[in-house]
Design a binder for this molecule. Structure first.
Ligand SMILES: O=c1ccn([C@@H]2O[C@H](COP(=O)(O)O)[C@@H](O)[C@H]2O)c(=O)[nH]1
Length: 276
């Protein structure tokens, strides 16, 4: 049997959950409620509680590897992704690792993301060009999400550089869509903090999925994001929120508060989709 593509798993998740929300998993032990330590068990326990509480409202999950590695908690990341696959099948997991290196090293990063962690997709930098991305594409059924127009203000330092009259991020979008995407496994990262750029990227790349971080803690506008990034069928976006959901409350009711924040975000996204 043929392995389903990342895009088809993602479309199925959008349909089955009725949600474009991606819940970001950025565990910071100093912000945990009482009872969860900074060790791998505490980090896993906190993230599992968040995943189980928010799963009814999310189509995807995005753990950020730095928050696990910083605390020597890679084992918690492995266990968490395993838990998502087992307890919430059909919810693709995006490993946010923003890798970028020469081909031989990229091969190892791809094994790390897809075989060690069993992620469905991984984020990568375009800076080293296509031979730094192609090793990930050897892994059938997995997605590769290329940084294009990031959500942080400093992203403009390079991404807005003029290349023959066009900003560099648009060249990245065009290369990803036209030259690098023979396998159909690529998506792009575009920040919710820059809706005008989301619209420009969408017009370059057709229906390619966009990972859109920046709503919630970074203040991105949900309505402007959806208007700029939706495809004709009202999907096409993995809209990520991490801290605003994870740390909605520090008390005993943290998981219920996270669920409420996830539901509210999903509903705001869906209201914007319905408004057209
Ligand atoms: O352009 C980018 C690319 C990745 N991120 C990541 O997304 C989350 C955002 O967290 P919030 O708490 O919702 O702000 C985080 O893991 C970033 O590393 C991004 O913000 N912008």
């Amino acid at each position: 049997m043929q392995t389903p593509s990342f895009n088809s798993s993602l479309s199925a998740a959008w349909q089955d959950t009725g949600s474009l929300l991606c819940v970001g998993l950025d565990p910071e032990p100093s912000r945990f409620p009482q009872g969860f330590g900074a060790d791998p068990e505490g980090i896993f326990g906190f993230c599992r509680a968040i995943v189980d509480a928010t799963a009814p409202f999310a189509s995807t999950f995005k753990p950020q590897i730095a928050y696990f590695a910083a605390h020597r908690a890679e084992s918690a990341l492995e266990a968490l992704i395993e838990h998502i696959h087992t307890a919430h099948p059909g919810r693709p997991v995006i490993l946010d690792a923003k890798r970028g290196d020469i081909g031989s090293t990229a091969e190892q990063y791809a094994i790390e993301a897809f075989e060690r962690y069993r992620a469905d997709a991984v984020t990568v930098s375009p800076y080293l060009g296509f031979d730094s991305i192609s090793p990930y594409l050897e892994h059938a059924g997995r997605g590769v999400i290329v940084l294009c127009r990031t959500s942080n203000p400093g992203g403009s330092d390079l991404q807005f550089l003029d290349v023959g009259g066009r900003p560099l991020y648009e060249i990245v979008a065009e290369k990803a869509a036209r030259d690098w995407n023979a396998t159909g496994a690529l998506s792009l990262v575009v920040g919710a903090t820059f809706p005008r750029e989301i619209a420009r990227v969408r017009s370059c790349v057709g229906d390619m999925p966009l990972l859109i971080p920046g709503v919630g803690a970074q203040g991105g506008d949900v309505v402007a994001t959806v208007r700029a990034g939706r495809t004709a069928d009202g999907t096409g976006m993995m809209i990520n929120s991490s801290r605003a959901i994870l740390y909605a409350d520090r008390g005993e009711g943290f998981a219920e508060a996270a669920a409420t924040a996830a539901r509210t975000t999903r509903d705001a996204i869906n209201a914007a989709r319905a408004a057209g």
